[in-house]
Design a binder for this molecule. Structure first.
Ligand code: UTP
Length: 292
């Protein structure tokens, strides 16, 4: 697969697991320490060589557009205060990225959100990042996938091993093992029981997809709440075409889930020199108090 430069961020979901805050704040704008979830994803895309960022937004998501734009009033205040470091930081994103926005008028599922970007994708293969899956990795995960996609000349999905008890929370793949990290995918099952799960390999929110996926997305019958699921289109695609799953290297946090989000905040804060000592002290005091 060549010409990998576009990446779609579906960000139009309702974020119901994070209500009430998501009533007026997009889930993608919730902070991990001091940067919103979506910025981690955008930085990953840029480091992976994907320069064209497409964000699918919806009702109440204007904060995302403001975030990737210049804020002249704020910059004016900071520059008068000679606050150079933070001034540079808030200018960094609008300087580095040009974002195209497209609106999903109704939150009709992940597959539908991706379909909304069809006119901006044209005939090229493209990446997809779900910003609420935050992945801490030496080599950005989208880059890991892009390398496999180029080598195999086929689409690739990020996979993660999960415990048997957790298979019911994920899309799980059935496939032929090629090597320790690579599977040729034959089928996928959405949230199976332990007894019917074909493996413990879960689909995580990073994909390299072909433009042909739009053809299959249009064939998907809407499921619960009229939603069009990406997994259904991928299943159809896998029946007639080669598609691979790659067990990525890195640690993933589920930022769409409260516990996963809290863990990501702690882990990322502990990576910051200025916060580590203070946070460890607070954590040990909290643990001590809880055991009293
Ligand atoms: P989720 O399944 O996490 O749904 O979507 P959600 O609405 O964001 O959150 P909950 O489950 O209600 O708490 C996975 C990704 O797909 C996007 C979301 O924004 C998220 O990045 N999405 C989902 C859309 O863009 N549109 C949709 O209709 C659904």
């Amino acid at each position: 697969m060549k010409n990998l430069r576009k990446v779609v961020f579906p960000a139009a979901g309702l974020g119901t697991r994070f209500l009430p805050v998501t009533k007026s704040t997009p889930k993608e704008m919730l902070p991990i320490v001091d940067k919103p979830l979506i910025q981690y994803g955008v930085e990953e895309a840029l480091k992976s060589g994907f320069k064209d960022i497409i964000i699918v937004t919806g009702k109440g998501k204007n904060a995302i557009e403001d975030y990737f734009d210049y804020s002249y009033e704020l910059e004016d205040v900071l520059s008068k205060r000679q606050d150079k470091e933070i001034l540079e930081e808030i200018r960094r994103m609008p300087k580095e990225v040009d974002v195209a926005y497209i609106r999903q008028k109704n939150p009709l599922g992940l597959g539908h959100a991706i379909m909304c970007a069809e006119n901006l994708i044209c005939e090229e293969p493209f990446g997809v990042i779900l910003a609420d899956d935050i992945i801490d990795a030496k080599i950005p995960v989208l880059k890991q996938l892009a390398e496999v996609a180029k080598k195999m000349n086929a689409p690739v999905i990020a996979l993660m091993e999960v415990s048997k008890e957790m298979v019911k929370k994920y899309g799980i793949v059935k496939g032929k093992k090629i090597n320790n990290r690579l599977w040729e995918i034959e089928d996928m099952v959405e949230k199976p029981d332990i007894s019917s799960a074909p493996s413990n390999l879960a689909i995580i929110g990073r994909y390299i997809l072909p433009s042909k996926i739009f053809y299959y997305l249009k064939k998907v019958k809407p499921g619960k709440n009229g939603e069009i699921q990406l997994t259904d289109a991928l299943k159809m695609y896998a029946k007639n075409n080669k598609i691979y799953g790659y067990l990525f290297e890195g640690k993933r946090y589920d930022g769409g889930d409260k516990l996963g989000y809290l863990e990501a905040n702690i882990r990322f804060a502990l990576k910051r020199k200025e916060l580590k000592k203070g946070l460890l002290k607070i954590l040990s005091q909290v643990i001590e108090n809880e055991h009293k």
